[in-house]
Design a protein around this ligand. Sequence first.
Ligand code: AMP
Length: 360
Amino acid sequence: MSKLITLGILGGGQLGRMSAMAAARLGISVVIFCPDENSPASYVCKENIIANYDDKAALKKFSDKTDFISYEFENIPIETIDYLNSLKQDSVLPDKSLLNVSQDRIKEKTFLNDHGIKTTRWSSTSDINDIKNTLKSWGGNEFILKTTRFGYDGKGQIKCDIKDTDELNKFLNDTDGQGIIMEELVDFACEISIIVARDIEGNSETYGPMLNEHKNHILHKTTVPSNISEATESKALGIAKDIAETINLIGVLTVEFFVCKDGGVLVNEIAPRTHNSGHWSIDACCVSQFENHVRTVCGLPVGSTARHSNATMLNIIGDDVNNIDDLLGADNGCLYLYGKRQARTGRKMGHITFIKPKGD
Ligand code: AMP
Protein backbone atom coordinates (compact mmCIF):
# COMPACT_ATOMS: atom_id res chain seq x y z
CA MET A 1 0.00 0.00 0.00
CA SER A 2 2.48 2.64 -1.18
CA LYS A 3 -0.03 5.31 -2.26
CA LEU A 4 -2.22 7.10 0.25
CA ILE A 5 -5.80 6.00 -0.40
CA THR A 6 -8.94 8.12 -0.11
CA LEU A 7 -12.24 6.30 0.27
CA GLY A 8 -15.57 8.01 -0.37
CA ILE A 9 -18.57 6.85 1.64
CA LEU A 10 -22.14 7.72 0.68
CA GLY A 11 -24.15 8.22 3.89
CA GLY A 12 -23.13 9.73 7.19
CA GLY A 13 -24.66 7.48 9.87
CA GLN A 14 -22.96 5.45 12.57
CA LEU A 15 -21.95 2.69 10.14
CA GLY A 16 -20.10 5.28 8.04
CA ARG A 17 -18.60 6.73 11.20
CA MET A 18 -17.21 3.38 12.33
CA SER A 19 -15.92 2.54 8.81
CA ALA A 20 -14.15 5.94 8.74
CA MET A 21 -12.58 5.21 12.13
CA ALA A 22 -11.37 1.80 10.88
CA ALA A 23 -10.02 3.46 7.72
CA ALA A 24 -8.04 5.94 9.82
CA ARG A 25 -6.31 3.03 11.54
CA LEU A 26 -5.07 1.87 8.12
CA GLY A 27 -3.95 5.36 7.10
CA ILE A 28 -6.86 5.65 4.66
CA SER A 29 -8.66 9.02 4.49
CA VAL A 30 -12.42 9.18 4.16
CA VAL A 31 -14.66 11.70 2.41
CA ILE A 32 -18.28 11.48 3.54
CA PHE A 33 -21.14 12.45 1.20
CA CYS A 34 -24.39 13.05 3.09
CA PRO A 35 -27.33 15.46 2.83
CA ASP A 36 -27.37 16.16 6.58
CA GLU A 37 -25.29 18.56 8.60
CA ASN A 38 -23.65 17.19 11.76
CA SER A 39 -24.00 13.56 10.70
CA PRO A 40 -22.29 11.01 13.00
CA ALA A 41 -19.63 10.29 10.35
CA SER A 42 -18.93 13.97 9.68
CA TYR A 43 -16.97 14.29 12.94
CA VAL A 44 -14.41 11.60 12.09
CA CYS A 45 -13.69 12.10 8.38
CA LYS A 46 -11.15 14.11 6.38
CA GLU A 47 -13.85 15.93 4.45
CA ASN A 48 -17.62 16.09 4.55
CA ILE A 49 -19.60 16.98 1.44
CA ILE A 50 -23.11 18.07 2.40
CA ALA A 51 -25.36 17.72 -0.64
CA ASN A 52 -28.35 15.80 -1.93
CA TYR A 53 -27.81 12.48 -3.66
CA ASP A 54 -28.99 13.96 -6.97
CA ASP A 55 -26.57 16.91 -6.90
CA LYS A 56 -24.35 16.01 -9.86
CA ALA A 57 -21.83 18.81 -9.30
CA ALA A 58 -21.29 17.69 -5.72
CA LEU A 59 -21.09 14.02 -6.80
CA LYS A 60 -18.45 14.94 -9.41
CA LYS A 61 -16.42 16.71 -6.72
CA PHE A 62 -16.80 13.65 -4.48
CA SER A 63 -15.67 11.33 -7.27
CA ASP A 64 -12.65 13.53 -8.11
CA LYS A 65 -11.49 13.53 -4.51
CA THR A 66 -11.70 9.77 -3.94
CA ASP A 67 -9.96 6.61 -5.19
CA PHE A 68 -12.75 4.21 -4.21
CA ILE A 69 -16.41 4.71 -3.32
CA SER A 70 -18.75 2.72 -1.11
CA TYR A 71 -21.91 3.37 0.92
CA GLU A 72 -23.10 2.75 4.44
CA PHE A 73 -26.84 2.29 3.96
CA GLU A 74 -28.92 0.67 1.26
CA ASN A 75 -31.28 3.50 0.39
CA ILE A 76 -28.84 5.40 -1.81
CA PRO A 77 -30.69 6.10 -5.09
CA ILE A 78 -29.52 3.76 -7.88
CA GLU A 79 -29.28 6.84 -10.17
CA THR A 80 -26.57 8.20 -7.84
CA ILE A 81 -24.58 4.97 -8.18
CA ASP A 82 -25.06 4.98 -11.97
CA TYR A 83 -23.84 8.57 -12.22
CA LEU A 84 -20.74 7.86 -10.09
CA ASN A 85 -19.99 4.74 -12.15
CA SER A 86 -20.28 6.78 -15.34
CA LEU A 87 -17.61 9.18 -14.03
CA LYS A 88 -15.26 6.38 -13.03
CA GLN A 89 -16.11 2.91 -14.28
CA ASP A 90 -17.34 0.51 -11.59
CA SER A 91 -16.04 2.77 -8.84
CA VAL A 92 -18.87 2.05 -6.40
CA LEU A 93 -18.57 -1.17 -4.36
CA PRO A 94 -20.34 -3.42 -3.50
CA ASP A 95 -21.74 -3.19 -7.03
CA LYS A 96 -25.33 -2.14 -7.52
CA SER A 97 -26.83 -5.58 -8.20
CA LEU A 98 -27.52 -6.44 -4.57
CA LEU A 99 -28.10 -2.80 -3.59
CA ASN A 100 -30.98 -2.65 -6.05
CA VAL A 101 -32.42 -5.89 -4.67
CA SER A 102 -32.04 -4.96 -1.01
CA GLN A 103 -33.85 -1.63 -1.47
CA ASP A 104 -37.14 -3.35 -2.12
CA ARG A 105 -38.52 -6.21 0.00
CA ILE A 106 -40.38 -7.75 -2.95
CA LYS A 107 -37.30 -7.75 -5.19
CA GLU A 108 -35.31 -9.12 -2.25
CA LYS A 109 -37.65 -12.05 -1.56
CA THR A 110 -37.96 -12.76 -5.31
CA PHE A 111 -34.16 -12.80 -5.68
CA LEU A 112 -33.80 -15.18 -2.73
CA ASN A 113 -36.59 -17.55 -3.79
CA ASP A 114 -35.32 -17.56 -7.41
CA HIS A 115 -31.97 -18.74 -6.04
CA GLY A 116 -33.65 -21.54 -4.09
CA ILE A 117 -33.27 -19.77 -0.74
CA LYS A 118 -36.23 -20.13 1.61
CA THR A 119 -38.00 -17.11 3.11
CA THR A 120 -41.23 -16.81 5.04
CA ARG A 121 -44.37 -16.97 2.87
CA TRP A 122 -45.12 -13.55 1.44
CA SER A 123 -47.44 -11.74 -0.91
CA SER A 124 -47.46 -8.34 -2.53
CA THR A 125 -50.67 -6.72 -1.33
CA SER A 126 -52.73 -3.57 -1.56
CA ASP A 127 -56.08 -3.90 0.18
CA ILE A 128 -57.88 -5.56 3.02
CA ASN A 129 -59.83 -8.08 0.92
CA ASP A 130 -56.64 -9.19 -0.71
CA ILE A 131 -55.08 -9.63 2.75
CA LYS A 132 -58.07 -11.64 3.99
CA ASN A 133 -57.91 -13.99 0.98
CA THR A 134 -54.18 -14.55 1.35
CA LEU A 135 -54.54 -15.23 5.07
CA LYS A 136 -57.29 -17.77 4.36
CA SER A 137 -54.85 -19.80 2.29
CA TRP A 138 -52.05 -19.48 4.93
CA GLY A 139 -54.24 -20.09 7.99
CA GLY A 140 -54.01 -18.32 11.36
CA ASN A 141 -54.96 -14.76 12.29
CA GLU A 142 -51.64 -12.98 12.65
CA PHE A 143 -49.26 -11.69 9.99
CA ILE A 144 -46.84 -8.85 9.33
CA LEU A 145 -47.28 -5.92 6.95
CA LYS A 146 -44.25 -3.94 5.78
CA THR A 147 -43.70 -1.17 3.30
CA THR A 148 -41.60 -2.59 0.48
CA ARG A 149 -39.15 0.33 0.59
CA PHE A 150 -37.45 2.56 3.16
CA GLY A 151 -38.38 0.50 6.22
CA TYR A 152 -35.75 0.07 8.91
CA ASP A 153 -35.61 -0.46 12.67
CA GLY A 154 -39.28 -1.36 12.79
CA LYS A 155 -40.39 1.70 10.83
CA GLY A 156 -43.01 1.02 8.16
CA GLN A 157 -44.11 -2.32 9.58
CA ILE A 158 -46.73 -3.77 11.94
CA LYS A 159 -47.67 -7.11 13.33
CA CYS A 160 -51.43 -7.42 12.74
CA ASP A 161 -54.34 -9.54 13.77
CA ILE A 162 -56.94 -9.82 11.02
CA LYS A 163 -59.65 -9.15 13.62
CA ASP A 164 -58.14 -5.75 14.44
CA THR A 165 -59.50 -4.00 11.36
CA ASP A 166 -59.00 -0.50 12.85
CA GLU A 167 -55.26 -0.97 13.17
CA LEU A 168 -55.08 -2.61 9.77
CA ASN A 169 -56.98 0.18 8.04
CA LYS A 170 -54.86 2.80 9.79
CA PHE A 171 -51.65 1.19 8.50
CA LEU A 172 -53.06 0.90 4.97
CA ASN A 173 -54.17 4.56 5.07
CA ASP A 174 -50.86 5.78 6.49
CA THR A 175 -48.93 3.94 3.80
CA ASP A 176 -51.32 4.73 0.94
CA GLY A 177 -49.47 4.83 -2.39
CA GLN A 178 -46.49 2.83 -1.12
CA GLY A 179 -45.90 -0.82 -2.03
CA ILE A 180 -46.83 -3.23 0.77
CA ILE A 181 -45.65 -6.76 1.44
CA MET A 182 -47.59 -9.17 3.64
CA GLU A 183 -45.52 -11.81 5.43
CA GLU A 184 -46.48 -14.91 7.33
CA LEU A 185 -45.60 -14.50 11.01
CA VAL A 186 -42.67 -16.81 11.72
CA ASP A 187 -42.85 -18.57 15.09
CA PHE A 188 -39.07 -18.67 15.21
CA ALA A 189 -36.80 -20.26 17.81
CA CYS A 190 -34.34 -17.37 17.48
CA GLU A 191 -32.86 -14.87 15.04
CA ILE A 192 -29.29 -14.95 13.78
CA SER A 193 -27.16 -13.06 11.26
CA ILE A 194 -23.97 -13.68 9.35
CA ILE A 195 -21.66 -11.11 7.79
CA VAL A 196 -19.48 -12.04 4.81
CA ALA A 197 -16.52 -9.94 3.69
CA ARG A 198 -15.13 -10.81 0.25
CA ASP A 199 -12.19 -9.21 -1.54
CA ILE A 200 -11.34 -8.54 -5.17
CA GLU A 201 -9.46 -11.87 -5.40
CA GLY A 202 -12.58 -13.76 -4.30
CA ASN A 203 -11.22 -14.59 -0.84
CA SER A 204 -13.86 -14.40 1.85
CA GLU A 205 -14.20 -14.42 5.64
CA THR A 206 -17.32 -14.55 7.79
CA TYR A 207 -18.50 -13.21 11.16
CA GLY A 208 -20.98 -15.23 13.16
CA PRO A 209 -23.60 -16.59 13.29
CA MET A 210 -24.60 -13.93 15.80
CA LEU A 211 -27.66 -14.41 18.03
CA ASN A 212 -29.89 -11.33 17.78
CA GLU A 213 -32.69 -10.28 20.14
CA HIS A 214 -35.09 -7.51 19.14
CA LYS A 215 -37.39 -5.23 21.12
CA ASN A 216 -40.16 -3.45 19.20
CA HIS A 217 -38.63 -4.74 15.93
CA ILE A 218 -35.30 -2.98 16.77
CA LEU A 219 -32.11 -4.89 17.50
CA HIS A 220 -31.55 -4.86 21.27
CA LYS A 221 -28.82 -7.43 21.94
CA THR A 222 -26.30 -9.47 19.95
CA THR A 223 -24.41 -12.42 21.41
CA VAL A 224 -21.45 -14.39 20.01
CA PRO A 225 -21.08 -17.29 19.98
CA SER A 226 -24.72 -17.87 19.22
CA ASN A 227 -24.74 -21.43 20.59
CA ILE A 228 -27.09 -22.67 17.87
CA SER A 229 -26.62 -26.25 16.66
CA GLU A 230 -23.73 -27.03 14.31
CA ALA A 231 -26.16 -28.24 11.65
CA THR A 232 -28.12 -24.95 11.68
CA GLU A 233 -24.91 -22.94 11.73
CA SER A 234 -23.53 -24.72 8.70
CA LYS A 235 -26.83 -24.28 6.77
CA ALA A 236 -26.81 -20.53 7.45
CA LEU A 237 -23.11 -20.14 6.65
CA GLY A 238 -23.62 -22.03 3.39
CA ILE A 239 -26.46 -19.71 2.34
CA ALA A 240 -24.54 -16.52 3.21
CA LYS A 241 -21.41 -17.65 1.36
CA ASP A 242 -23.47 -18.77 -1.65
CA ILE A 243 -25.12 -15.35 -1.94
CA ALA A 244 -21.70 -13.66 -1.79
CA GLU A 245 -20.34 -15.95 -4.53
CA THR A 246 -23.47 -15.65 -6.69
CA ILE A 247 -23.25 -11.88 -6.86
CA ASN A 248 -19.43 -11.89 -6.99
CA LEU A 249 -19.40 -9.66 -3.92
CA ILE A 250 -16.59 -7.20 -3.41
CA GLY A 251 -17.25 -5.66 0.00
CA VAL A 252 -19.37 -6.71 2.93
CA LEU A 253 -22.77 -8.42 2.98
CA THR A 254 -25.11 -9.17 5.89
CA VAL A 255 -27.72 -11.92 5.90
CA GLU A 256 -30.40 -12.04 8.62
CA PHE A 257 -32.14 -15.34 9.35
CA PHE A 258 -35.03 -16.74 11.34
CA VAL A 259 -34.10 -20.09 12.91
CA CYS A 260 -37.21 -22.29 12.94
CA LYS A 261 -38.07 -24.66 15.74
CA ASP A 262 -37.11 -27.67 13.57
CA GLY A 263 -33.61 -26.19 13.06
CA GLY A 264 -34.33 -24.97 9.50
CA VAL A 265 -33.48 -21.41 8.48
CA LEU A 266 -35.40 -18.74 6.56
CA VAL A 267 -33.67 -15.63 5.26
CA ASN A 268 -35.36 -12.46 6.49
CA GLU A 269 -33.19 -9.73 4.98
CA ILE A 270 -29.96 -9.15 3.07
CA ALA A 271 -27.93 -5.95 2.92
CA PRO A 272 -24.70 -5.21 1.03
CA ARG A 273 -23.18 -3.39 3.99
CA THR A 274 -21.91 -3.60 7.53
CA HIS A 275 -24.55 -4.29 10.16
CA ASN A 276 -25.53 -3.44 13.72
CA SER A 277 -25.19 -7.13 14.65
CA GLY A 278 -21.47 -6.96 13.77
CA HIS A 279 -20.45 -4.06 16.02
CA TRP A 280 -18.94 -6.46 18.59
CA SER A 281 -16.25 -7.34 16.02
CA ILE A 282 -14.47 -4.03 16.73
CA ASP A 283 -13.54 -5.27 20.20
CA ALA A 284 -13.61 -9.06 19.86
CA CYS A 285 -11.75 -9.59 16.55
CA CYS A 286 -8.40 -8.33 15.24
CA VAL A 287 -10.09 -7.18 12.02
CA SER A 288 -13.58 -5.75 12.51
CA GLN A 289 -16.46 -5.73 10.03
CA PHE A 290 -15.68 -2.03 9.45
CA GLU A 291 -12.02 -2.63 8.67
CA ASN A 292 -12.99 -5.45 6.33
CA HIS A 293 -15.51 -3.16 4.66
CA VAL A 294 -12.74 -0.61 4.05
CA ARG A 295 -10.17 -3.22 3.01
CA THR A 296 -12.37 -5.03 0.52
CA VAL A 297 -13.79 -1.96 -1.26
CA CYS A 298 -10.28 -0.43 -1.47
CA GLY A 299 -8.82 -3.47 -3.26
CA LEU A 300 -6.93 -4.74 -0.18
CA PRO A 301 -7.03 -8.35 1.05
CA VAL A 302 -9.81 -9.35 3.41
CA GLY A 303 -8.53 -9.73 6.99
CA SER A 304 -8.98 -12.64 9.37
CA THR A 305 -12.26 -12.56 11.27
CA ALA A 306 -10.89 -14.84 14.02
CA ARG A 307 -12.54 -13.94 17.33
CA HIS A 308 -10.34 -13.67 20.41
CA SER A 309 -13.22 -12.97 22.84
CA ASN A 310 -16.84 -13.87 23.40
CA ALA A 311 -19.03 -10.79 23.20
CA THR A 312 -22.43 -9.35 24.04
CA MET A 313 -23.45 -6.09 22.42
CA LEU A 314 -26.30 -3.94 23.70
CA ASN A 315 -27.71 -1.05 21.70
CA ILE A 316 -28.24 2.28 23.46
CA ILE A 317 -31.57 3.50 22.11
CA GLY A 318 -33.39 6.82 22.55
CA ASP A 319 -33.40 8.24 26.08
CA ASP A 320 -31.23 5.37 27.37
CA VAL A 321 -28.33 7.58 26.34
CA ASN A 322 -29.13 9.86 29.28
CA ASN A 323 -28.35 7.03 31.72
CA ILE A 324 -24.87 6.04 30.65
CA ASP A 325 -23.11 6.60 34.00
CA ASP A 326 -23.33 2.89 34.83
CA LEU A 327 -22.12 1.96 31.36
CA LEU A 328 -19.13 4.30 31.62
CA GLY A 329 -17.97 2.31 34.64
CA ALA A 330 -18.85 -1.16 33.33
CA ASP A 331 -16.22 -3.90 33.61
CA ASN A 332 -15.08 -5.18 30.20
CA GLY A 333 -17.52 -2.80 28.52
CA CYS A 334 -16.43 -1.02 25.32
CA LEU A 335 -18.69 2.00 24.93
CA TYR A 336 -19.45 3.80 21.65
CA LEU A 337 -21.58 6.93 21.38
CA TYR A 338 -22.42 8.16 17.90
CA GLY A 339 -22.46 11.90 18.57
CA LYS A 340 -26.16 12.31 17.68
CA ARG A 341 -27.54 15.51 19.14
CA GLN A 342 -31.14 14.49 19.64
CA ALA A 343 -32.31 11.33 21.38
CA ARG A 344 -35.58 10.35 19.71
CA THR A 345 -37.64 7.25 20.54
CA GLY A 346 -36.18 4.26 18.74
CA ARG A 347 -33.08 6.15 17.56
CA LYS A 348 -29.79 4.29 17.90
CA MET A 349 -27.55 6.57 19.97
CA GLY A 350 -24.67 4.20 20.70
CA HIS A 351 -23.80 0.69 21.78
CA ILE A 352 -21.73 -1.12 24.37
CA THR A 353 -19.89 -4.39 23.84
CA PHE A 354 -18.99 -6.56 26.82
CA ILE A 355 -16.11 -8.87 26.02
CA LYS A 356 -14.87 -11.99 27.73
CA PRO A 357 -11.55 -13.28 26.38
CA LYS A 358 -11.88 -16.94 25.27
CA GLY A 359 -10.36 -19.33 27.77
CA ASP A 360 -10.85 -17.01 30.76
P1 AMP B 1 -37.11 -6.47 9.46
O1 AMP B 1 -37.23 -5.00 9.30
O2 AMP B 1 -37.74 -7.25 8.37
O3 AMP B 1 -35.68 -6.91 9.72
O4 AMP B 1 -37.92 -6.82 10.81
C1 AMP B 1 -37.47 -6.43 12.08
C2 AMP B 1 -37.77 -7.52 13.09
O5 AMP B 1 -39.21 -7.74 13.16
C3 AMP B 1 -37.19 -8.87 12.78
O6 AMP B 1 -35.83 -8.97 13.16
C4 AMP B 1 -38.12 -9.78 13.59
O7 AMP B 1 -37.81 -9.73 14.97
C5 AMP B 1 -39.47 -9.12 13.37
N1 AMP B 1 -40.09 -9.69 12.15
C6 AMP B 1 -40.03 -9.18 10.91
N2 AMP B 1 -40.67 -9.96 10.02
C7 AMP B 1 -41.16 -11.01 10.70
C8 AMP B 1 -41.93 -12.19 10.35
N3 AMP B 1 -42.34 -12.40 9.09
N4 AMP B 1 -42.25 -13.05 11.34
C9 AMP B 1 -41.87 -12.83 12.63
N5 AMP B 1 -41.15 -11.75 13.02
C10 AMP B 1 -40.79 -10.85 12.08
